[in-house]
Design a protein around this ligand. Structure first.
Ligand SMILES: [Zn+2]
Length: 468
């Protein structure tokens, strides 16, 4: 007898109990609302986004002292004639502002027990804490289940979570008690912590996956790739899944192809952050992120102004759901562009293209031009003896390239690697190859950083500056 449907049903029931205990019950209508938004037409979604934008602006002005003061200072007051075009006159919100003015950004209309404290998962600088109102938290859970539903992942589906943020996971070595067992059963998940992955752990993870038989692999693409390589090299029994959800790190096309081949599942890339939940998700066409336009209003900012469709720039978010602490025009330090065309899948949601690493994750050439981190991360795609690479720029005219290589990596390969990097960074930059046994993750976020830049953007030439 096939136990899978019974198992799935029992796990879904256990999940309801767990949600009630976590005060997260009530997300199901939000999943429904999200799925219903996928059936609306583009015009009514856009109208709806304008209404939501007006509502959050009124709310921010009336109940958040920070916005009231900042907007009064520039003579702005929300009105019924406000449209998203008018948003451009408002100042940006930065992480520094959130750190300095947190208490006055919080809406006066919320009691402290209606707010949850959360932290950003950024890879650079210090962590920022912020508040999320409880209704918004439940809403996001529901909407995310809606997005996952489109990938065939539903509550009760067994997933292996490959995750590295220690705050999100039970501490290793914690005794397995009934409570923790129930939590894992109800979440239908096996957690594989990936902040450190040595051979012994990889072997253990493989054994656990064989017993658990996950239908979904979910987490950091770098870590899942690492696990896949290990399984392949050791000739271990394959782990086959239906779906792979990649999140928290940039997914390269090389990784996508590899993951599909090794684990047999369809790879879906998600763009989620702690501050704004899931901003975007891939449909089955895999040509960019569909933006959840009922949750976030996305602007692309280039040289301080709003970019045209197709033009890349910094992704800037106005959150339409978190009334507890409104985020208006918040800079994400992520790069992307809005697609001028709708997706061929027929979805009415706008499409975000070319998410290309963090703003800090780029390299500055001595002449002031930028090399996007994403391009560097893919540069060694055809050198099979390079396992992992990391680019660190400490000085303007010098780039350290840390490589984890196999025995097939020769001095000739090294020369070829340098040549390929030079093509991107230009002849003025010294390229130092450093072979290392492994590449460290960021100890705080658990993320693997492909590109780390420690220098500031050099002054650009006058002709470039005039482009504003
Ligand atoms: Zn689509």
């Amino acid at each position: 007898m096939n136990m899978r449907p019974v198992d799935r049903m029992l796990r879904a029931v256990a999940r309801d109990i767990l949600d009630r205990r976590d005060r997260l019950s009530g997300w199901k209508p939000h999943r429904k609302a999200f799925l219903a938004s996928m059936r609306k037409d583009r015009e009514s979604l856009a109208r709806d986004a304008e209404d939501r934008l007006r509502r959050i602006l009124y709310h921010a002005y009336e109940t958040s002292p920070y916005y009231r003061d900042a907007w009064n200072a520039i003579g702005f007051r929300p009105s019924s004639s406000f449209t998203s075009k008018d948003l451009q006159q408002l100042p940006f919100l930065t992480k520094d502002i959130v750190r300095e003015h947190k208490s006055t950004l919080v809406s006066e209309r919320f009691r402290s027990d209606e707010l949850d404290l959360s932290y950003t998962g950024g890879t650079t600088g210090t962590q920022t804490s912020f508040y999320l109102d409880h209704a918004c938290a439940i809403n996001r859970v529901g909407r995310q289940w809606g997005m996952l539903d489109l990938c065939g992942y539903r509550p009760g589906t067994r997933r292996a979570l490959v995750w590295g943020v220690s705050d999100d996971l039970a501490q290793p070595g914690t005794r397995i008690n009934l409570k923790r067992w129930f939590r894992e059963y109800a979440s239908s998940q096996e957690v594989l912590c990936c902040s450190v992955m040595n051979e012994e752990m990889l072997m253990d993870y493989h054994g656990r996956l064989l017993r658990f038989r996950p239908e979904v692999l979910y987490g950091y693409p770098y870590a899942i790739t690492h696990l896949g390589r290990f399984i392949q090299e050791q000739g271990l029994e394959p782990i086959k899944v239906k779906t792979i959800v990649s999140t928290a790190e940039r997914l390269t096309e090389v990784q996508r192809g590899f993951l599909q081949k090794v684990f047999g599942g369809e790879v879906f890339n998600f763009y989620c952050t702690r501050e704004y939940g899931c901003i975007g998700f891939e449909c089955r066409r895999h040509v960019g992120f569909h933006i959840d336009s009922e949750s976030v209003f996305v602007e692309i900012i280039r040289d301080g102004r709003r970019a045209d469709p197709g033009e890349p720039g910094e992704i800037t978010i106005t959150d339409l759901q978190n009334y507890g602490m409104p985020f208006i025009r918040s800079r994400t330090a992520d790069f992307g562009s809005l697609s001028p065309q709708p997706c061929e899948c027929g979805s009415p949601l706008p499409v975000l293209n070319g998410l290309d690493g963090r703003a800090t994750d780029c390299i500055w050439r001595p002449d002031g031009s930028m090399v996007a981190g994403g391009t560097l991360a893919d540069v060694f795609g055809d050198i099979s003896s390079i396992r992992f690479s990391q680019f660190v720029q400490e000085k303007l005219n010098e780039l350290d390239v840390f490589l984890v290589v196999t025995s097939g990596f020769s001095n000739e390969t090294e020369k070829e690697a340098i040549r390929q990097v030079r093509e991107l960074v230009g002849p003025e930059m010294a390229v130092n190859i450093r072979r290392v046994p492994e590449i460290a993750r960021n100890p705080r976020s658990g993320k693997y950083q492909e590109v780390i830049c420690k220098v500031n953007q050099p002054q650009r030439s006058t002709s470039t500056q005039r482009r504003v």
